[in-house]
Design a protein around this ligand. Structure first.
Ligand code: ATP
Ligand code: MN
Ligand code: MN
Length: 349
């Protein structure tokens, strides 16, 4: 908690990529509430209010002070009437009636539950809801429900995957990835990205960028690394996507190109003994290992800076960065866009 107070001197950019947002959130009471509403509209597929609540949440996360009265919101961008009304309720009563109603809404609760399974998106969750299913056991015992391989794995490892990944676990996975990649090519370049690069203490997964100085060699890198992880007994699940860069016919240096790099979404087996201080497990379990989600992305080296910026996130920080240019560092990209450089730990928008 900070003692800073709202001041007229604080000007907040309307662009997430120009706001310095650390992992410290002074306004969690408001952002938790607004995120519920954003998700409610996302489930309803009503884009406008969903985006409005997400933008407002992002602005509030960047504030160096705790909002204590409506006056504190005067000069802030992206806060609509609906958002302000919710915040006013919370300021006055400590809670919002609309948010509480949403939290007890049966459809919201069910879609929230179903989408918490790896491989289940809002579309599938809504289909199951409309079929009258309300719980995991409903889904798993309903005749005629076909689960794809991803969803089967999601249910199989549900407890482990929904448990947050700690920094110590991320470090241990870093060593495993490092070893597997270097077994393939000793001069590999490996970087931690995602939430952990932004300084988060916990994550829902661990994200890495891996590549090699030899242009073109990155094409076979991920399949080789995956084989290596399998050989060593770490691989529980793998969803590999080869690069679609050529097909996309995109300018070489662009943010759009980011989605086209080779990548894989993995579930790895992490042994207790590899983690300093032990596993992040809620109940005492005797297995001595847990399943963890790991993402790997493998861009060609000349797009390293874009891939690093893109896969560091947050998603909201990336949102406004859509330009075409050449860059070798993240600083270059900000500079080309005429933007002030924002450090990774300030990108938690
Ligand atoms: P958490 O700690 O919950 O994992 P995170 O910020 O690391 O938070 P991720 O979902 O792991 O969230 O995503 C990290 C970054 O990788 C995001 O900012 C996003 O831009 C990028 N990313 C994730 N999935 C994809 C994808 N399929 N294609 C392109 N980029 C992606
Ligand atoms: Mn992540
Ligand atoms: Mn990820």
């Amino acid at each position: 908690p900070t003692t800073a107070v709202a001041s007229a001197a604080v000007t907040v950019s309307q662009y997430a990529c120009q706001r310095q947002t650390t992992t410290e959130n002074n306004n969690k009471i408001f952002t938790d509430a607004l995120e519920v509403l954003a998700e409610y509209y996302e489930f309803k597929e009503i884009e406008g209010p969903c985006l409005a609540f997400r933008r407002a949440t992002s602005v509030l996360k960047s504030l160096p002070f705790v909002v204590q009265c409506l006056r504190d919101l005067r000069d802030l961008p992206c806060l609509g009437e609906h958002t302000k009304a919710i915040m006013e309720e919370i300021l006055e009563y400590g809670r919002s009636f609309e948010v509480e109603q949403t939290l007890s809404d049966e459809r919201y609760q069910t879609l929230k539950l179903f989408t918490s399974v790896f491989g289940v998106g809002p579309k599938t969750a809504d289909k199951w809801y409309r079929q009258g299913l309300r719980s995991f056991s409903d889904v798993l015992t309903e005749p005629g429900i076909h689960l794809n391989r991803m969803q089967q794995t999601g249910f199989l490892h549900y407890g482990d995957i929904s448990r947050a990944v700690s920094k110590a676990e991320a470090r241990a996975l870093g060593s495993i990835i490092d070893e597997a990649v270097r077994a393939i090519t000793p001069d590999a370049i490996i970087a931690l990205t995602g939430g952990f690069r932004r300084g988060k203490e916990f994550g829902h997964d661990v994200d890495f960028l891996v590549t090699t100085p030899e242009l073109g060699r990155e094409r076979s890198l991920l399949p080789d690394v995956i084989d290596e992880l399998k050989k060593k007994g770490f691989l529980l699940y793998c969803d590999y996507h080869a690069s679609t860069f050529d097909m996309a016919r995109l300018p070489s240096f662009s943010f759009e190109a980011m989605d086209h790099f080779a990548k894989c979404f993995l579930i790895l087996r992490l042994e207790e003994g590899k983690v300093e201080g032990g596993l992040n497990s809620s109940e005492k379990d005797s297995r001595g290992w847990r399943a963890v989600r790991v993402d790997l992305v493998s861009p060609p080296l000349d797009r390293y800076a874009y891939a690093l910026l893109g896969w560091t996130g947050s998603r909201r920080t990336n949102e406004q960065n859509k330009e075409f240019l050449a860059a070798t560092t993240e600083k270059d990209i900000f500079a080309h866009l005429g933007l002030e450089y924002i450090e990774p730990w300030q990108r938690n928008a």
